[in-house]
Write a protein that binds this ligand. Structure first.
Ligand code: C2E
Ligand code: MG
Ligand code: MG
Length: 722
């Protein structure tokens, strides 16, 4: 394929690529009526073509031998003609933002990564072709106009003739035209008087000519933009025509305005309404840089802004900025129980709340499903960043109404304080995410500042995660059972199953792996195993011993497990497979979990109750419970948190325990006190009429065999087998 002919009437697009196939493909794709695709095989060839012809757009390959696309773009931009031509880079080299931003630096209007969608390419190109066409139209019209004015002035005889031509051009012109007159001396556009306007200009201004003629422009457009006034003054002063694109806030339109001086004391304006094109360009920008759901910046824009902040802090001494990385705690619960549409609404509402706290110069982005990131600029003190983070947490904790449900959230926030020594913005963001993980491990709703030590821990966490996978495969989890006794008369009332991870001879405690498993989602298969195993053991005990009626085996359920949409099905399967009566199984869920989104939880709890499974709220007293919800929860038991029981000498703990017990009784729940370590504690709780107790005073969690011994001692046997 040789160089295509450059025809004068059609719009030319330049495509630069060293691969002949690509040139063929692109010209095929872009060829349409009125568009001529000119091909160049390398940078230098494209530069000389640009010097000779007016192109509407250049599509430029990045990777070319010799002069690469970036350098070619820079050279083209350095020429008078090339400066005005929009550029789109097309490349397959890398999706890394770095390259993209390099492209923008050298003046790309847009960026397409191979393989690109043909339709997107065509649409993008069409916007620029339209733009170019409009520009040519303005140019032609104003040239004709200038010619007419010249003729008018030059030839008195031809006046009426020309006048008629002028008039027809004037009225049928697609572009708005206004002739202004002004006093001698420097021009102030606001004070210039309107001599004449054409119908197109009436339309642009939204007023009839009679409303406008003979009035000062400032009276018609009171908010004339300052730079537009400067521009007009300069044209009047120099006598040279000029072109500007400006937004006019009075009429809310973008105009491309050409101004020239047709005679002394006169200024002519030819205006083209380019609002639609500007909107189209903005849409393209938005698609590249905006999160479509929330309208916030997307990750690409965020990283770009972050690069700028990092740059600024290198140049300016004492420049303080901060990056916040925010993750909504338990957001997935919303998606799984209320549906994705509700989830989207929540994300939009959360975005609004965060925007409300951030200041104008800050960047707020949605960087992942339920993850948000902020850059806080121009901070006076590092403490300011923490205050913003806490304010966001407070805002999120305030209820929001979604689909008639009142929801409130907590978020875990990681903070990196700048200036910090990072080469890439991605690394900084990643460290903010690591700090966020630490905040989340503290139980949600917390803010943590990044420290270097966290990096090594994150790396350790990675290996724990891998080992947990193996542990499941190799069957390394064990359940230990801690007995729960009746406090009034002693008898054994059940066990709580507590998981351990056995690696060789070592038993790893749940605190050391459950949070990890929770974060990675591995808690779901681990929890399913624990559930099935508890059901198996409970069923066996039920067969062998004459268990009391209220005897239960309690299993802890994590938030993620509880959020599983098929939890109820999982449970019935575990019960059926082991022939366990549902009333023997008790699920322990934490107070923080249930209060996170009580509306949703109530729903799920009802299904559990219908199945006949019992539910207890674990670690009660450590979270924040709403009494009105508690009343509506179909649960059986409150478990007083160990922290209160362990220190009953503290007066407030004493009051708290007393309150919890009487609250539970009023609501028809029974109470288990955890962590009873001595007789004084046991007696005090018995006196309060707390029904059940669990703790080292009675027994530590024990293996299945030892639990059997306890059962033998407390309950009669059904069979003689051991
Ligand atoms: P939890 O459900 O509140 O369990 C009670 C914890 O308190 C157990 O720790 C138990 O050993 C300990 N404990 C009981 N009595 C006393 C006492 O008198 N003094 C002291 N100092 N401690 C006492 P453990 O077994 O380390 O479990 C810790 C937590 O790990 C549990 O708290 C529970 O939240 C979680 N967990 C355990 N097993 C599972 C499981 O299978 N699934 C899930 N999701 N979480 C589990
Ligand atoms: Mg528990
Ligand atoms: Mg507990």
């Amino acid at each position: 394929m040789g160089k295509a002919e450059i025809a004068p009437e059609v719009i030319d697009i330049l495509v630069v690529d060293d691969e002949q196939v690509n040139l063929l493909l692109l010209s095929g794709l872009l060829r349409r009526e009125g568009v001529n695709v000119v091909c160049a095989h390398n940078g230098p060839e494209s530069i000389s073509l640009v010097a000779e012809h007016d192109f509407a757009l250049i599509l430029l390959d990045v990777m070319m031998p010799g002069m690469d696309g970036f350098t070619t773009a820079e050279r083209i931009r350095a020429t008078e003609r090339g400066r005005r031509i929009p550029l789109i880079f097309i490349t397959a080299i890398s999706k890394e933002q770095r390259h993209i931003f390099k492209g923008y630096e050298s003046g790309a209007v847009d960026y397409l990564i191979k393989p690109y969608e043909h339709e997107i390419l065509r649409n993008k190109v069409q916007v620029f072709v339209d733009m170019h066409r409009q520009r040519l139209a303005v140019q032609h019209a104003s040239e004709a106009l200038a010619k007419t004015v010249d003729e008018l002035r030059a030839s008195g005889q031809a006046l009426s003739d020309s006048r008629a031509r002028y008039q027809s051009l004037f009225t049928s012109m697609f572009n708005g035209f206004a002739l202004l007159s002004h006093e001698d001396g420097p021009l102030d556009l606001a004070q210039a008087r309107v001599v004449e306007i054409n119908p197109a200009m009436e339309q642009i201004l939204g007023r009839p000519g009679s409303d406008v003629i003979d009035r000062q422009l400032g009276a018609i457009l009171p908010n004339l933009e300052g730079y537009l006034r400067d521009f007009a003054a300069e044209v009047a002063r120099s006598g040279k025509s000029g072109l500007i694109e400006s937004y006019l806030s009075d009429i809310k339109r973008w105009l491309r305005i050409q101004a020239y001086v047709p005679g002394p004391g006169l200024l002519a304006l030819v205006a083209e309404d380019v609002t639609a094109r500007r909107k189209a360009e903005e849409t393209i920008q938005e698609r590249t840089f905006q999160d479509p759901l929330t309208g916030l910046a997307n990750r690409a824009l965020f990283l770009d802004r972050l690069t700028q902040s990092m740059e600024r802090s290198r140049r300016r001494l004492n420049y303080l900025y901060a990056v916040l990385f925010l993750d909504l705690d338990r957001f997935k619960l919303v998606n799984s129980s209320m549906g994705h549409a509700a989830g989207d609404k929540v994300l939009r509402a959360v975005a609004e709340k965060i925007k409300g706290v951030a200041r104008g110069l800050d960047t707020v982005a949605r960087s992942g499903a339920d993850e948000f990131a902020l850059i806080l600029e121009e901070l006076k003190t590092p403490g300011e960043a923490l205050r913003v983070a806490r304010r966001i947490c407070q805002e999120l904790a305030r209820p929001m109404v979604v689909d008639d449900h009142s929801l409130h959230f907590s978020a875990s926030v990681g903070v990196v304080l700048g200036p910090a020594d990072y080469a890439q913005p991605e690394e900084l963001l990643q460290d903010a995410a690591i700090a966020m993980e630490h905040a989340r491990a503290l139980g949600g709703g917390k803010v943590k500042v990044f420290k270097w030590a966290m990096r090594t821990r994150a790396q350790n966490a990675l290996s724990v995660n891998q080992s947990l996978h193996l542990a499941l495969e190799r069957d390394q989890f064990r359940l230990h059972y801690q007995p729960i006794f009746r406090l009034n008369g002693g008898g054994l009332a059940g066990f709580e199953a507590l998981i351990r991870w056995q690696v060789d001879d070592r038993l790893i405690a749940p605190v050391d792996f459950i949070p990890q498993a929770e974060q990675t989602g591995l808690i779901v298969p681990i929890g399913q195993w624990a559930l099935a195993e508890s059901c198996r053991v409970a069923a066996e005990w039920d067969r062998r011993f004459a268990l009391p009626r209220d005897f239960t085996v309690a299993v802890n359920l994590s938030a993620k497990q509880f959020a599983q949409p098929d939890l109820v099905r999982q449970l019935s399967r575990a019960l059926e497979e082991n022939h366990l009566e549902p009333g023997r199984l008790k699920l322990e869920i934490t107070e923080t979990l249930v209060m996170q989104n009580p509306e949703i939880v109530v729903h799920k709890l009802r299904s559990l109750r219908e199945m006949g499974v019992k539910v207890s709220i674990d670690d009660f007293g450590t979270g924040y419970s709403s009494l009105s919800y508690l009343r509506r929860f179909p649960i059986n038991t409150l478990k007083v948190d160990r922290s209160f029981v362990s220190d009953l000498d503290a007066f407030e703990n004493l009051i708290i325990v007393r309150t919890i017990v009487s609250l539970a009784h009023n609501l028809g729940f029974d109470v288990v006190a955890e962590g009873i370590e001595n007789e004084r504690q046991r007696d005090f709780l018995a006196e309060l009429r707390c029904e059940y107790g669990q703790g080292f005073l009675f027994s530590k969690p024990v293996r299945e065999l030892a639990a059997l011994d306890l059962l033998c001692a407390s309950c009669g046997r059904h069979d003689a087998s051991s």
